[in-house]
Design a binder for this molecule. Structure first.
Ligand SMILES: [Cu+2]
Length: 144
C-alpha cells in the first residue's frame, strides 16, 4: 500500500521534470494569420498580421500566466520537423525565426520575389514554445 502510493507520488513529481521548463498552453489556444491569406500573391514589403485566441500577448521576459509572444518562422520546415526544434530550449533568433518580444502583433517584411512559407509559434517569457506547442498552419505566399 505504502509502496504503491510512493510510486504514484514519484510519477506525479516526475512529470513536470520531464517536461523541462516549458510553460503549459491553455487548452484551445490558437495562433493564426489574419493576413496574408494562404496562397496569396503579394508585393514586398509584406504586412503580416498575427492573430491569437484563447491566450494573451505579453512582452518577452514578462511571466504572466496564459500569455506568450509571437514568433514568425520564415522559409523553414514546419515547427517540430527541423533539426534543433528542441521543445525544451528557446527558439533561435535568425533570418528564419523572428521574435516579437515587444508583444507586437504585426510586422512588415521585405521578402525577395518568389514563394515563401510562414508559420507562427507562440513562445513563453523565455522564448520557449509552449507545451503542447501553439502553432499556426504553415502558409505559402508568393511575392511578385
Ligand atoms: Cu521570443
Amino acid at each position: 500500500m505504502k509502496f504503491a502510493f510512493a510510486v504514484v507520488l514519484i510519477a506525479a513529481m516526475g512529470m513536470p521534470a520531464l517536461a523541462g521548463a516549458q510553460t503549459a498552453a491553455l487548452e484551445g489556444a490558437k495562433v493564426y494569420f489574419v493576413q496574408p491569406a494562404d496562397g496569396a500573391t503579394v508585393s514586398s514589403p509584406v504586412t503580416v498580421v498575427f492573430g491569437l485566441s484563447g491566450m494573451g500577448v505579453a512582452p518577452a521576459g514578462v511571466e504572466k500566466e496564459n500569455t506568450g509572444h509571437h514568433h514568425l518562422l520564415i522559409d523553414r520546415p514546419p515547427f517540430g520537423e527541423a533539426e534543433g526544434d528542441d521543445m525544451a530550449s528557446g527558439l533561435p533568433a535568425d533570418d528564419h525565426h523572428k521574435h516579437f518580444g515587444g508583444g507586437q502583433t504585426e510586422v512588415t517584411l521585405e521578402l525577395a520575389p518568389g514563394p515563401h512559407t510562414l508559420q507562427l509559434v507562440l513562445g513563453d517569457a523565455a522564448h520557449v514554445p509552449l507545451d503542447p506547442p501553439v502553432t499556426s498552419e504553415v502558409i505559402t505566399i508568393t511575392v511578385q
